[in-house]
Design a binder for this molecule. Structure first.
Ligand SMILES: *Cc1c(COP(=O)(O)O)cnc(C)c1O
Length: 398
């Protein structure tokens, strides 16, 4: 294990402080390192492995596609692209999709689509975007520009022009940032990296109303909270509020790198046209075979219903731990996207590290939040095992 860690540090640019584990294989909701140690995985590759490891039928679908064709290009049509596109459009009730290679690129595309829409629609087109403090949308220059975290931004200024920040769940602060140059409001339906903050019902409705009133596009980043994580295919579907553009990734490919931005009818009709946007790999048959199979598995195996059934049990267990331990302050979240605030002298990083030692993978978010984003297929026994291991970790810290 030390050999791989050393080799990695020798040759990979040091942009991550990695935990001391070299993961080599996985099965179901467990991952194994090169020493043969097994971990219960409640991090799921940062909310990516919605179906865990080696979900029945998933690998077979990927292998089948490899044996046919793994790449064409967007100069031609391909079979999995057609299937995956229909599935994501129908699942969202939206109109058109553009596939990307990551969440960051989905945000980039959403920003371009919003600016183009404004240009096609207005005489004095707006270009400003109102984004949220404590948001996370990615690390490329455009996506970083709308990420409300000065620490991530500072070294790379000047960033993209025309971004204003408001406070999440504070409609007045959003209103205050709107002017005649605004073209869109961008937010996560449930803030992830920022510390697991679900949007309030009234806030999301309020943002929609503001967009309608001022002729702005509402862009929802569902990269982490979408694809079943919160108990509906997309988190916004629980609010009865529809975005104009949605960004998606992470569980979309369940481990195969892929993202997408999806447009509603009015936005699709008046924004990006041939020549405006493109990518070599986006819509790649291999990635789209994964997306297509993920949607099939979700439908056939009732993954959403399962999340709705198991999530209250996870909440109940976490609430019991919050009651029991002084260092666990409060819990918040939606479905299988849960955060527990850690404090009273205990650091969340230490909890994550101790959990790892106890055979449990969990993540952190923000500066003090324990982030729990397990595969969507966990059972009660896995929740129990998580609670036991987390308790063991907390007791070893005390
Ligand atoms: C992970 C994430 C991104 C960035 O996605 P990548 O695939 O890492 O580029 C953007 N927005 C949210 C909400 C995310 O959780």
């Amino acid at each position: 294990m030390n050999k791989y860690m050393e080799q990695t540090e020798n040759y990979v640019l040091h942009t991550y402080n990695r935990f001391p584990a070299v993961f080599e294989s996985g099965q179901g909701v467990y991952v194994k390192d090169t020493e043969g140690k097994e971990y219960l995985d409640f991090g799921a590759g940062i909310a990516v492995l919605g179906l865990g490891y080696h979900y029945p039928g998933f690998d077979e679908a990927l292998k089948e596609q490899i044996d046919k064709i793994i790449h064409t290009s967007n100069l031609y049509y391909n079979v999995p692209l057609a299937a995956a596109a229909e599935k994501i459009v129908k699942a969202s009730g939206m109109s058109k999709v553009f596939f990307t290679n990551s969440g960051t690129e989905a945000i980039e595309g959403a920003i371009k689509a919003a600016r183009k829409y404004a240009r096609m629609s207005g005489e004095k087109p707006g270009y400003e975007i109102v984004a949220m403090n404590h948001s996370f949308h990615g690390r490329s220059v455009g996506a970083l520009s709308v990420t409300g975290n000065p620490h991530y931004q500072e070294a790379f200024r000047p960033l993209m022009d025309g971004v204003r920040f408001a406070d999440f769940n504070d409609l007045d602060s959003v209103k205050a940032q709107i002017n005649e140059k605004t073209c869109a409001i961008l937010l996560e339906t449930v803030q992830g990296e920022g510390g697991i903050y679900p949007a309030d019902q009234a806030f999301l409705e309020g943002v929609r109303a503001l967009c309608d009133e001022h002729g702005l596009l509402m862009i929802l980043d569902e990269i982490q909270c979408g694809m079943g994580r919160c108990g509906s295919m997309f988190a916004w579907q629980q609010y009865g509020v529809q975005p104009d553009i949605m960004a998606c990734a992470k569980t979309l490919g369940c481990g195969v790198p892929v993202g997408a931005f999806v447009l509603n009818e009015k936005t699709a009709a008046r924004s990006l046209v041939p020549g405006d946007h493109g990518t070599t790999y986006g819509g790649n048959p291999f990635a789209c075979a994964a997306v297509s199979k993920v949607f099939d598995i979700f439908a056939q195996d009732h993954i959403l219903e399962h999340v709705q059934k198991i999530a209250p049990y996870l909440e109940e267990k976490l609430d019991a731990l919050v009651n029991k331990y002084d260092c666990l302050i409060t819990r918040r979240g939606k479905g299988l996207m849960q955060g527990v605030v850690v404090g009273n002298g205990v650091k969340v990083g230490d909890v994550v590290m101790q959990c790892l030692a106890c055979g449990l993978v969990v993540l952190s978010a923000g500066s003090d939040v324990l982030r729990i984003v397990p595969p969507l297929i966990i059972e009660k026994k896995h929740v129990d095992e998580m609670a036991e291991k987390l308790e063991k970790a907390l007791e070893s810290l005390a």
